[in-house]
Design a protein around this ligand. Structure first.
Ligand SMILES: Nc1ncnc2c1ncn2[C@@H]1O[C@H](COP(=O)(O)OP(=O)(O)OP(=O)(O)O)[C@@H](O)[C@H]1O
Ligand SMILES: [Mg+2]
Length: 255
């Protein structure tokens, strides 16, 4: 069974204490929402979990193996992958070539039939077969998000962290991405999803983590979190205020 164990993580940037003793566990193919105000530390937590940043203290274990001191490619090999708040794709490669990159990064010296078949399978899953020979730069923002999800799936991960998968995506494609996230989860991958889009988070997740300027202030069901006065004070109250003035998600969309 998939098991992620995050224990007392601290991360500081100079005097800015961005993660303060953050601890939580993921057990099995859960779908967990990670929410909190802009600057709360959500992306930083992702960067620490995927090995892009080293914590100042604390530990991360994935399936019993310590991963907090490993470089990102080793973390990916161990089964944890992530997408980026600002999508990253190899713009001058084709869609298919983009999917080959993770295999190369894992040390394969050439792209064998196995990788090719897996790439085609992933493209089929994402219903992007017809785009296989397009350059990544020709894709829409939403399609690039899908391609990024596809690159993650090539690693056959145990757990993936999606940093704002809906931000800046056309509403129609948002529904498509939403469905893929659900299906990936159903197939046995644990997912942590960061989003300011509360409707999607509440619809997708059975458990929410709330980060507030470095403190994990809640780890509970959406219902409990919705009624938690500390969370309302720190975050949800302000989201509602924003939606009343028609500015909901402006922060998320801008990034
Ligand atoms: N590489 C870095 N160097 C210095 N400070 C950083 C770095 N990355 C993040 N920070 C700081 O850490 C804090 C948390 O930022 P982070 O990007 O993790 O927040 P977030 O919760 O992802 O916000 P958002 O919802 O806007 O994406 C902020 O004060 C930010 O300025
Ligand atoms: Mg962020």
């Amino acid at each position: 069974m998939i098991e992620l164990s995050v224990s007392r993580l601290n991360k500081r940037f100079g005097g800015n204490h961005v993660l303060k003793d953050v601890s939580f566990n993921v057990n099995g193919a859960e779908m967990i929402g990670l929410i909190g105000p802009n600057g709360a530390g959500k992306t930083t937590l992702t960067n620490v979990l995927d090995g892009a940043l080293k914590p100042n203290s604390g530990t991360v274990y994935l399936n019993g193996k310590r991963i907090d001191q490993l470089p990102s490619f080793e973390v990916a090999k161990s089964g944890l992958g992530r997408t980026f708040q600002v999508t990253r794709s190899f713009r001058r490669m084709t869609v298919l070539e983009n999917l080959y990159v993770p295999a190369l990064a894992l040390g394969k010296s050439r792209i064998g039939i196995e990788v090719k078949e897996q790439a085609l399978e992933v493209l089929g899953f994402l219903t992007m077969d017809h785009l296989r020979n397009e350059y990544a730069r020709a894709l829409s923002g939403g399609q690039q998000k899908l391609l990024e999800l596809g690159r993650l799936l090539m690693l056959d991960p145990d757990i993936i962290i999606l940093d704002e998968p809906f931000a800046g995506v056309h509403p129609k494609l948002m529904e498509v991405i939403y469905e893929y996230i659900r299906r990936v989860n159903e197939q046995g991958t644990a997912i942590i999803i960061i989003s300011h889009q509360m409707d999607s988070i509440f619809a997708l997740c059975k458990r929410l983590l709330v980060l507030n300027y470095g403190d994990l202030i809640a780890d509970d069901t959406p219902e409990a979190v919705k009624n938690d006065s500390v969370v309302i004070e720190a975050y949800l109250g302000t989201t509602e205020d924003r939606s009343r003035t028609g500015q909901q998600d402006a922060a998320g969309e801008a990034q």
